[in-house]
Design a protein around this ligand. Sequence first.
Ligand code: SAH
Ligand code: DHB
Ligand code: MG
Length: 223
Amino acid sequence: MEERETWEALDQYFSEKLHAFDPVMDWVLEANEKAELPPIDVAPNQGKFLYLLAKLKGVKTILEIGTLGGYSSIWMARALPDDGRLVTLEFSEKHAAIAQSNMKKAGVDGKIDVIIGPALETLPTLKDKGFSSFDMIFIDADKPNNPHYLEWALKLSTPGTLIVGDNVVRNGNVLNKESADPSIKGIRQFIHLLSEEPRIESTAIQTVGIKGYDGFVVGVVKK
Ligand code: SAH
Ligand code: DHB
Ligand code: MG
């Protein structure tokens, strides 16, 4: 088997065995495919991992930057208590509409606010909407803006807030200091800011699987 096929087969195996697949989540992925959304949702086992992180921390409030079809939003919302709330920010009206329909189908729409617009314009409105801080923040939108999203994550956090940033490896391309790719530059600057940020303790984990070779950052705001 090619290396990549092995990664994919193992993701399939773990996901089937460890219940990362379930009818509702599968239905959401199908709906996204039918609507021709780019297939860049987190993988099923990554969605389950976000859900487990949220459970582990007992989070009540979650901020997500980058909704797409709501696949990761729904995973995380499922970990919330009845009075929990997830706010997710999405630039595309089309993506937001599909996400809202998926959230309804999954029965978690009552816990989620989808806020439409460029995140750098909607983040400053969250305080006035009654969201002054979040227990968990998932950064997964346009990578060139990651440095700004980190600043906002800090503004909207309290001691103990968990910050997760997706796609920090990108097939290894993040290693390329000279890259002119704005996404790679954004991620490198994000990592650099974290390295100098005294308010957050963080690490990065490389992953392989159905989404190829990538990784994520996990950080906790200091107490
Ligand atoms: N978190 C999702 C995947 C998000 S894909 C999941 O795992 O299921 C990234 C999303 O960010 C896309 O839907 C894209 O439209 C959105 N996006 C890109 N630039 C944005 C911006 N400036 N503000 C808000 N959303 C943006
Ligand atoms: C891309 C974005 C993502 O959030 C992801 O998980 C994978 C790929 C992209 O823009 O290519
Ligand atoms: Mg991603």
